[in-house]
Design a protein around this ligand. Structure first.
Ligand code: ZN
Ligand code: ZN
Ligand code: ZN
Length: 377
């Protein structure tokens, strides 16, 4: 997926939001026996600090001790970006001639026998150097600590996700008012992406898969010309305040045959039974099972090639994953995709995807672009 690039955070941030998140992370660290949390530029970093730091060969790293103040180690040339966060973080710039991992080890102090949790998205070159600079430490993944925070969205996050979904739907309504036949996948997707970006979404990404290509769930959009008789899948989105939309619609160019209609109807029902299964306390895997049981019962089980959904937030794919084997219970405030699909190799595929919010009363769709089968020219 394409990431949300270049959204500089120059306006005065609401630091209290991030102070509270850092404190909640510390409480979680206490519960899980983590002494120090290390997070490189990533959605985790952005979630905790509000700053969209960029990944490069120069180390930027957030250090959050279980007790005490958070720090950030940052290349001197990027330190000015942290001026607005001085009340939130101790900023430690490092010079070009310094080894930043030694600075991290010095700031961390002696952690022999202690546990350090590391964010998933840190270059291995940095982790290897940190491990050499901090011997005798037990290294664990920070995901169990951070997913507890990130999976459940607060009111502001839900508003951003809702707005991203609404504007993405709006782009679709305009997009489908024109025919597709004769355009390449790249051209058709380009128009949809432009309509989406026109509505203020950043980092707009997408997939267009036409005809037999639609049977490949993560097809690389190319120069195939869309023509009469094609199923065409569009899977796309963008961000509002860093929060993603992710929606898929499948259309048909010209009259579809009977099997396409049957499969489309099946996937539509699978999308609905998944939504109907949503509620607090329901295991993630039960959602996948709801869709899979229905699709399998109608003879297409082997053609449902992926899990039914994934969490949605600052990352387009994040926890929780709605997949067999994941017994994690859903909670109010979780937002995830509901995206069953059926893929018949060499012929066509159908996927229908909405973002869904788990509320006390069940699932609420954030996407309302029409799910009825659209037949375009
Ligand atoms: Zn995907
Ligand atoms: Zn998608
Ligand atoms: Zn998705």
């Amino acid at each position: 997926m394409v990431t949300d690039a270049g959204t500089a955070t120059t306006q005065t941030p609401d630091l209290f939001v991030y102070r509270e998140r850092l404190e909640r992370a510390q409480a979680e660290m206490g519960q899980q026996g983590v002494d120090l949390l290390l997070v490189g530029p990533s959605s985790d970093f952005r979630y905790l600090t509000g700053h969209d730091a960029h990944t490069s060969e120069r180390l930027t790293l957030l250090l959050l001790p279980r007790d005490g103040d958070p720090s950030v180690v940052v290349p001197t040339l990027e330190a000015p970006q942290f001026v607005s966060r001085r009340d939130l973080l101790n900023v430690h710039p490092w010079e070009e001639t310094q080894a930043p991992t030694d600075l991290v080890a010095t700031l961390a102090g002696d952690l022999t026998g202690k546990t350090v949790a590391v964010g998933d998205q840190l270059y291995s070159v940095f982790l290897l150097r940190l491990q050499a600079a901090m011997p005798g430490v037990q290294w664990v993944s920070a995901t169990p600590t951070l997913r507890a925070l990130r999976m459940t969205k607060d009111g502001r996050e839900i508003e951003a996700l809702r707005e991203a979904a609404r504007r993405t739907d709006d782009a679709w309504e305009e997009f489908v008012s024109k025919p597709l036949a004769g355009q390449t996948e790249t051209e058709a997707l380009g128009r949809l992406r432009a309509l989406t970006a026109d509505r203020g979404l950043k980092g707009v990404w997408g997939i267009c898969a036409s005809g037999p290509n639609s049977a490949s769930p993560h097809h690389h959009t190319g120069d195939r010309v869309i023509r009469e008789g094609d199923a065409v899948i569009f899977d796309w989105g963008g961000t509002i305040e860093g929060y993603y939309s992710d929606v898929t619609r499948t259309v048909h160019v010209g009259e579809p045959d009977e099997e396409f209609r049957r499969v489309y109807d099946l996937v539509l029902r699978a999308n609905q039974v998944t939504l109907d299964a949503v509620g607090p306390g329901v295991p993630c895997e039960a959602l996948d099972e709801a869709a899979r049981d229905l699709i399998t019962g109608e003879g297409y089980g082997a053609a449902f090639l992926h899990r039914v959904g994934h969490g949605l937030g600052l990352d387009v794919h994040e926890e929780p994953y709605l997949v067999g084997g994941n017994a994690l219970p859903l909670e109010t405030g979780m937002v995830f995709s509901d995206e069953p699909g059926v893929y018949l190799e060499g012929r066509f595929g159908v996927r229908i995807e909405d973002a869904v919010l788990c509320t006390e009363d069940g699932g609420e769709r954030l996407n309302e672009a029409t799910r009825e089968l659209l037949i375009l020219g």
